[in-house]
Design a protein around this ligand. Structure first.
Ligand SMILES: CC(C)(COP(=O)(O)OP(=O)(O)OC[C@H]1O[C@@H](n2cnc3c(N)ncnc32)[C@H](O)[C@@H]1OP(=O)(O)O)[C@@H](O)C(=O)NCCC(=O)NCCS
Length: 184
């Protein structure tokens, strides 16, 4: 269990697949996930998660609120390379009621503490839609910086949309941790 100030990250269990099924079929959530019109069966989700678990270089967690113990989203790291000391990450608060409430930023902070502090990763990278300003703002609060623009990254509701690639190094993250400690 990885614990922050608003959320904890716990292991994804088979019993959570129904929740993933709900989130991955919610049009409102999927527009930010880059999958407009996404439909995915429970069987497909189960197959994906079983394959991911077998790979051994990724891990998905359920994000739970500390106040209500409510499962509100998922976060993962994947393509972990301990020789090059980097990995990718993604996050989804699947319950829109919790958007903009600081939960996503706290969940990412907790995951980064683990990746940098325990697994000794040096660089963590992600991609997001150029229009997903809330996500970019949240990532920046944990030290992510924009590295580049992926032109016509995704075909999205009839038009191409650019992607933003962002990364955080261990020293960037440490700086944000020091700033938040000194401003308390
Ligand atoms: C992206 C996501 C993880 C961020 O988590 P969150 O809990 O909503 O974000 P937080 O509240 O921690 O931080 C969001 C920041 O953006 C700001 N913000 C909120 N809504 C915004 C909006 N519509 N436009 C711009 N900024 C916004 C907030 O004010 C906050 O900044 P501040 O603390 O400086 O005021 C979450 O919104 C989410 O999962 N959304 C749907 C799926 C998604 O977009 N996943 C990421 C794909 S790359």
């Amino acid at each position: 269990m990885l614990v922050g100030s608003r959320v904890r990250l716990r292991a994804l269990e088979v019993g959570d697949y129904a929740l993933l099924h709900r989130w991955l079929n919610d049009a409102n959530v999927m527009q930010f996930w880059g999958r407009p019109g996404n439909t995915q069966s429970l069987a497909e989700i189960t197959g994906d998660e079983e394959r991911n678990a077998k790979r051994g270089n990724s891990r998905k967690y359920i994000i739970e609120t500390l106040e209500q113990n409510e499962a509100i989203g998922q976060i993962d790291y994947y393509d972990l390379d301990l020789v090059s000391r980097n990995c990718w990450t993604s996050i989804m608060i699947g319950n829109p009621d919790y958007w903009g409430g600081g939960y996503g930023t706290d969940a990412m902070r907790v995951l980064l503490r683990y990746l940098f502090g325990q697994l000794d990763v040096h660089r963590v990278v992600l991609t997001t839609h150029e229009t997903n300003v809330r996500a970019q703002r949240s990532y920046a609060k944990n030290g992510f910086v924009q590295e580049g623009v992926l032109r016509d990254w995704m075909f999205f509701d009839g038009a191409y949309q650019a992607g933003i690639i962002m990364s955080v190094l261990d020293e960037d993250f440490r700086r944000t941790e020091e700033q938040s400690t000194s401003s308390r």
